[in-house]
Design a protein around this ligand. Structure first.
Ligand code: SF4
Ligand code: SF4
Length: 427
């Protein structure tokens, strides 16, 4: 880190000792998993820098922005529309925790059999080690899966200001009307806390900024269908994870720089891995930073990850929002149209997710799919069955991995992944 930020962390109310311990573990994991990779694009240095400053400079930027009147909004889900937050000159940050921290604290208020993502968020909050949570002016909790919506009832006791957003469960007209009314309500809330009105101009600017960010991610995704692959799955995942934290304009510019470099690599036939390596599509639950366990195993067993069908991946970044419309209402309708297409497993039925997985498998020439389930995540665990059937019908092998954030099952997963990769390699 470029500076000593202990005074800032203290002013945010963090437990400095616990926070130092967390940073040490994270820093070491980053060295072991990311910096140990060979032949990375030069332009990934920006993302290495972002990670080295993820609790430092970026938090300082948030605190400085807040001092200038920019509200900080924390979110746990890709259904919280960044376009609206940007329209009121706010900053949206992701709060999903991708690591286990102080599970004993989380389990004081939650049952043990809840997904690691929810328990991780509680552990970070209760141990006072998350500066994003501490800096946020408003935490948005969306009523998606049962685990989240019930645990938010307790989580709000650990936040300064909590806002519940209701979510539809079906892709019906009624569901769409509910999403629209929730986005309208959220827009009013943002206007109230920022003291700014949402106008056609600022909302259109917000939409364009988020579209640019998603477009850069789309460009990056397309470059991964090359042979050999010009970027590792780990690095692409990292970019997808940083999508939720970084300044949007700077992030977009940095992703486009990576894409420029990857285009050069492709032109010269350079890849990060051997072109005969099995190509894997990851699908399933979101992998929030620093959840790198499974991708690190996959890419250390002679395979390369070519896509993520995940909210930290293409499920979250696909689809742009239309910018046509001359009223706030019509632009908001465009936003609702875009978000209503997100095929999270909380929807019933959810056929477009199956179509998207098959489409990604074809688009990125995947030889196999690994379906990543967080233990106790009902929606994705149940959907993994139909996903397996659909892929089997299409002749694509699938491996289902159920895990959590602990490292206890690492060797067991490695054995299963190795066997899967070997089976694919023989085909
Ligand atoms: S999986 Fe569903 S609930 Fe989770 S972040 Fe994605 S859209 Fe939100
Ligand atoms: S991973 Fe599954 S159980 Fe956990 S928060 Fe997301 S949808 Fe809910």
């Amino acid at each position: 880190m470029s500076e000593d930020y202990h005074a800032m962390w203290k002013s945010l109310g963090l437990d400095l000792e616990a926070h130092d311990a967390l940073l040490n573990v994270l820093g070491q994991a980053y060295i072991d998993i990311y910096l140990a990779q060979k032949n990375r694009p030069e332009s990934m240095k920006y993302f290495d820098f972002v990670m080295s400053e993820v609790h430092g400079l970026r938090i300082k930027e948030l605190v400085d922005g807040q001092a200038q009147g920019r509200p900080i909004i924390g979110s746990f889900c890709v259904f919280v529309p960044e376009e609206l937050v940007l329209a009121v000159n706010g900053i949206l940050v992701g709060l999903c925790a991708g690591a286990e921290f102080a599970p004993e604290l989380a389990e004081q208020v939650l049952p043990r059999n809840l997904c690691a993502l929810i328990k991780g968020a509680f552990g970070f909050a209760m141990a006072k080690v998350c500066p994003y949570l501490a800096a946020a002016d408003l935490i948005v909790g969306e009523n998606t899966c049962d685990g989240k919506k019930k645990s938010y009832e307790i989580f709000q006791n650990h936040t300064k200001a909590f806002y519940a957003m209701d979510m539809p469960q079906t892709k019906s007209e009624h569901g769409k009307a509910l999403l629209k009314s929730e986005f309208q309500k959220f827009a009013r809330k943002l206007e109230a806390i920022s003291g700014r009105n949402i106008t056609v101009d600022n909302l259109r600017r917000g939409i364009e900024m988020v579209n640019a960010k998603r477009h850069a991610m789309y460009r990056l995704a397309q470059l991964r269908n090359s042979l050999p692959v010009p970027i590792s799955g780990l690095d692409a995942l990292l970019i997808n994870q940083i999508f939720f934290y970084d300044d949007p304009a700077r992030f977009t510019e940095s992703v486009n720089k990576v894409c420029d470099e990857l285009e050069q690599r492709i032109a010269h036939g350079d890849g990060v891995h051997n072109s005969s390596m099995p190509r894997i599509l990851m699908s399933g639950c979101p992998m929030a930073v620093p959840n790198w366990k499974l991708p690190a195993i996959v890419e250390s067993t002679g395979a390369v990850i070519v896509g993520e069908e995940s909210c930290v991946g293409e499920r979250g970044t696909q689809f742009s929002t239309a910018v046509d419309g001359n009223s706030v209402e019509s632009l908001l309708d465009n936003i609702v149209d875009r978000y209503f297409k997100v095929d999270c497993a909380i929807f019933t039925p959810n056929p477009t997710r199956l179509e998207h997985i098959l489409d990604m498998t074809n688009k990125y020439n995947a030889d196999g799919v690994i379906h990543y389930n967080l233990q106790f995540c009902g929606p994705y665990q149940v959907e993994s069955g139909p996903v397996e059937t659909a892929l089997k019908d299409a002749g694509i092998p699938l491996l289902r991995i159920d895990t959590d954030y602990s490292t206890q099952d690492t060797e067991q997963i490695r054995t299963r992944v190795e066997a899967f990769i070997e089976q694919i390699a023989k085909r």
